[in-house]
Design a protein around this ligand. Structure first.
Ligand code: MN
Ligand code: MN
Length: 469
């Protein structure tokens, strides 16, 4: 047959439209509730447990249809529904990442200048710095005190919460800034977040900040530390053992008049994480074991104990095997990996008429035309890409066609103009057949990314049909 794709909305019936809108609404509220990796993973575990999944250590033996999960800190989770076939005959896996570009606080964040107090920051992932100024930001994360007790912080998403803010230059005096290259106009060290301006009452003395000794507190900082102590029972040093992030305070919203597009922070790649989670929890007694792995750290190269390069995945798989095969051996684990296949779910760049010049000739992704099959990512001559084999592409094409999934075959952008990559190559290192796929977004990595609700729904369908195959 000829290759042909169609805009999903063109032929959508009332029932499907209703399903698409309902799914999008559920996804949007999950996104608004979970702004950080930890929050997303915590809610994922909550959702899994509600659907009858048990922590692996609570499961003694695995039978067909067992539902289980393994948690790695609060940064990664492997969840599975065991199949009728043995584990070492391979699993159908979906991998996706839950981290997103954002602005982190430095280990010693709080400082004061001219009676304004700021948190100084260090950005995480590929942000375009100019997009993060003059924007309401929320502060989310955890602080672990010296005694090991934990304080969860979440300020800025509720309408009654205050927000945080990075300033920008007024246009009247921006002559020089305007001439700078876009990437230099806002510097990383200028991404300081305003946190307060009220001096401590007892510091009304005439002493200037400049006259204070190194270890003496400036008045606004002093007042803020007192407030932080009163409100959260935290000392300044506690902020060192913390993971605090500034994320956009803007909730997910419909974009445009016709209900087709959803704007949200962190579609990349919580859209694949969420649809994978929903797909797995919709699977009952599959032939092969169906599994998803959601990981952190992708935006910084998948390094770290909670990233895809961590041993967590194979460790958890080994623990699963000991519960299904009394004759566990390392070879059995290697066999399981080699016989498995994976979809590496991640977003790609949708065609944007305002930036048409970066589109890959005849291979660009269109919003509303379904999930993208992206055989390879990488840059230049496919550098850094783990390319999906013709055989695996064939299998996925068949599954999606048989299940009426709207899909398109695309590249991320014009050859030699840029590129990207995700966790596929780290799954491929296990000798797993892997294919990149996911919905398109516009304004990727911005504080408010755009995706098509129909594409999100079909990503779910695509994942579900694959896990059931
Ligand atoms: Mn991504
Ligand atoms: Mn990304």
């Amino acid at each position: 047959m000829n290759y042909k794709t169609e805009n999903i909305w063109k032929t959508v019936d009332a029932k499907t439209e209703d399903q698409i809108q309902r799914f999008s609404g559920q996804y949007a509220s999950f996104m608004d509730k979970n702004r950080t990796e930890r929050e997303f993973i915590r809610s994922t575990v909550e959702f899994l447990e509600k659907k009858g999944f048990k922590e692996l250590s609570e499961v003694e033996t695995l039978d067909s249809g067992s539902k289980l999960y393994a948690l790695n800190r609060e940064g990664a989770v492997l969840a599975a529904v065991t199949g009728k076939k043995k584990l070492n005959q391979g699993i159908n896996l979906i991998g996706a990442h839950v981290d997103a570009p954002r602005i982190d606080l430095k280990p010693r964040p709080l400082f004061e200048e001219k009676e304004l107090a700021f948190f100084t920051t260090h950005y995480y992932g590929g942000i375009r710095k100019y997009q993060w100024v003059t924007l309401p930001l929320a502060l989310h994360g955890v602080v672990v005190k010296q005694d090991g007790s934990r304080v969860n912080i979440a300020v800025g998403m509720n309408p009654e919460d205050p927000v945080f803010y990075i300033t920008d230059l007024l246009p009247h005096f921006a002559g020089k800034q305007r001439e700078k290259k876009l990437k230099e106009a806002i510097k990383a060290e200028q991404l300081n977040v305003l946190v307060g301006s009220r001096p401590a009452a007892e510091d009304k003395s005439q002493r200037k900040n400049s006259e204070l000794g190194d270890n003496e507190l400036t008045p606004v900082k002093k007042a803020l530390l007192k407030l932080i102590k009163a409100r959260y029972d935290l000392e300044e040093e506690d902020l060192i053992s913390a993971e605090l992030q500034l994320v956009p305070a803007q909730k997910s919203r419909d974009v445009g008049l016709d209900g087709t597009l959803l704007g949200s922070y962190a579609h990349d790649d919580r859209v694949c994480s969420y649809t994978a989670l929903r797909a797995l929890t919709a699977v009952e007694k599959p032939e092969k074991t169906a599994a998803i792995i959601l990981v952190d750290r992708e935006e910084v190269g998948s390094m770290g104990s909670t990233g895809m390069q961590s041993r967590f995945f194979e460790n958890a798989l080994a623990r699963m095997l000991t519960r299904s095969s009394p004759d566990y051996s390392d070879l059995l684990l290697r066999e399981t990996l080699e016989n498995s296949t994976a979809l590496s779910g991640d977003v790609t760049a949708g065609f944007d008429p305002d930036f048409a010049e970066i589109a890959s000739r005849n291979n660009t992704s269109l919003l509303n035309h379904g999930i993208n099959m992206t055989p390879y990512t990488g840059a230049r001559g496919k550098g850094g890409a783990s390319e999906a084999s013709a055989e695996f592409r064939s299998r996925i094409r068949r599954i999606w066609n048989e299940n009426q999934v709207a899909w398109q075959a695309t590249e991320m952008g014009e050859v030699d103009k840029g590129g990207g990559g995700t966790i596929a190559k780290f799954l491929a290192n296990y000798n797993i057949s892997v294919l990149d796929c996911g919905p398109a977004v516009l304004s990727m990595h911005s504080p408010f990314e755009l995706a098509s609700k129909a594409d999100i729904y079909h990503t779910w369908l695509a994942f579900k049909s694959y896990l059931e195959s």
